[in-house]
Design a binder for this molecule. Structure first.
Ligand code: UD1
Ligand code: CA
Length: 451
């Protein structure tokens, strides 16, 4: 069955106390709405529509960056969840298949749950609602079930005491045939406590037309919605706990699991070891048998088999470490290939560069890649030896098996096998230090007497 996703993300989220629209706040380095889209991706949707309102431009642009095929529908005024879904109508004109509505601020719905909803549709229910047993039903909408079928959904504001006593609650996730969904919404009014068009009202409209509605339930944890910074922090914690579990299950050693932070898309291979206090930003892949030592920060990079990173290393976007490469303490790598077995062990910056296989980069080496206007490339050949405190003024290249002397400022290309030396000549002046110390001490004594 063809499927369309409709993700509601128009609300401001006043309780976030932020200039950013709520759905732009991030969990594990991805905006909230991206997590909702990622759960929906389990159904391999043919179309995805994001309904935006507050911060429409920013949310829409970010969504397009993540998925260029996403369709953006704008809800100018937030008149309720039912009204929000209707904004997707034009985008789904003529779409033949099911629509599933998700909330952009609800990041943890599991793929299995959406599959169970799709199954309930396949089993014949016209409208399928995702519900959960709430420990504290609070202000959630209540699901009123009668003889096994769903009768209606009552919003807390509109509920009687008897209805408020019901603990089976509405998650907000709803599935139905796309055309039927819009048809039913045409029958939904706003004569209620909030004066809003409620999406859940499609259930009573459907029942009045002799159609069937049913509930699929999931664990309350899945329906966790984010409304405040405290809930955002709690959700980050939930995500990290799951990501750590998953990594351990995949055969990754985490020496101090609670101190390792993953991004939404971190991939780590089997038998890799992650030492304490490591942070993964988005876009990191670590292959098998690698070791990420303590206090390292990785983002947008690839670490191959057997490579060792850190402690205290920073891998920035475009850092590519080949098998058995080594990047040591206080080293920053950006947009650079460190080829097989090459070593950059201490206190260096390597950016916009290639370091050939088995090359050795001495302590304090800097690729001077930026001239204040543009970035330039540095190419270092295989087995080259770069002496400590070398500055490589890009664009520049050092050939295979070449050497640079300690302290050299490399401003010209160095041919393969050549040695570059570029530093001031050193002199030693006997006795001069003692003379100078005496003079300095005498000056200090005179000054102290005078004051
Ligand atoms: C909604 C449900 C309630 C359910 C609860 C679960 C309705 C009327 N009520 O209540 O039954 O128990 O979710 O969390 O649906 N949105 C828009 N445009 C709008 C209104 C909302 O895009 O005009 C979006 C919000 O940004 C949010 C989602 O829809 O992502 C839910 O809206 P919200 O106002 O939080 O609904 P609740 O009152 O929590
Ligand atoms: Ca809500």
């Amino acid at each position: 069955m063809a499927t369309a996703l409709i993700v509601l993300a128009a609300g401001m989220g006043t309780r976030m106390n932020s200039d950013l629209p709520k759905v732009m706040h991030e969990i594990a380095g991805a905006p909230l709405f991206a997590h909702a889209l990622a759960s929906g991706a389990a159904l391999s949707p043919d179309r995805a529509v994001l309904v935006v309102g507050h911060g429409a431009e920013m949310v829409g642009a970010t969504a397009k960056d993540i998925d260029p095929d996403i369709i953006i529908a704008v809800q100018e005024e937030q008149l309720g969840t039912g009204h929000a879904v209707l904004q997707a109508r034009a985008a789904l004109e003529g779409f033949d298949g099911d629509a599933i509505v998700l909330y952009g601020d609800t990041p943890f719905i599991r793929p299995e749950t959406l599959e169970a909803m799709a199954q309930a549709r396949a089993d014949g229910a016209d409208v399928v609602v995702l519900g959960f047993e709430a420990a504290d039903p609070g202000r959630y909408g209540r699901l009123i079930v009668n003889g096994g079928t769903l009768d209606r959904i009552v919003e807390f504001k509109d509920a009687s005491d008897e209805e408020r006593a019901v603990t089976l609650c509405n998650s907000g996730v709803i599935a139905a045939d796309t055309n039927l969904l819009f048809d039913l919404l045409d029958g939904v009014g706003n004569d209620n406590a909030a004066g809003e068009y409620y999406l859940p009202d499609i259930v009573s409209v459907a029942r009045a037309r002799g159609l069937t509605a049913t509930v699929v339930t999931c664990d309350e944890a899945e329906t966790l919605g984010i409304n405040s910074r405290a809930e955002l922090a709690a959700a980050e914690g939930v995500f990290q706990t799951r990501a750590r579990e998953a990594a351990l299950g995949d055969g990754v050693t985490l020496i101090a699991r609670d101190t390792v932070f993953f991004a939404h898309d971190t991939v780590i291979g089997r038998d890799s070891v992650i030492e304490p206090n490591v942070i993964f930003g988005p876009g990191v892949t670590v292959e098998s048998n690698a070791r990420i030592r303590a206090f390292s920060h990785l983002e947008g990079c690839h670490v191959s088999r057997g490579a060792v990173v850190g402690p205290f290393a920073r891998l920035r976007p475009g850092a590519e470490l080949a098998n058995n490469a080594k990047v040591g303490n206080f080293v920053e790598i950006k947009n650079a290939q460190i080829e097989e077995g090459a070593k950059v062990n201490h206190l260096s910056y390597v950016g916009d560069a290639r370091v050939g296989e088995h090359a050795n980069i001495g302590a304090g080496t800097i690729t001077c890649n930026y001239d204040g206007v543009s970035k330039h490339h540095t190419d270092i050949g295989a087995r080259a030896f770069i002496g400590s405190n070398t500055c490589l003024v890009a664009p520049v290249s050092v050939g295979d098996d070449a050497m640079t002397a300690t302290g050299t400022v490399v401003t010209k290309n160095v041919a393969a096998g050549a040695m570059a030396v570029g530093r001031a000549k050193m002199e030693v002046k006997p006795g001069l230090a003692l003379k100078l110390f005496e003079k300095l001490k005498a000056t200090k004594a005179r000054r102290q007497k005078g004051s």
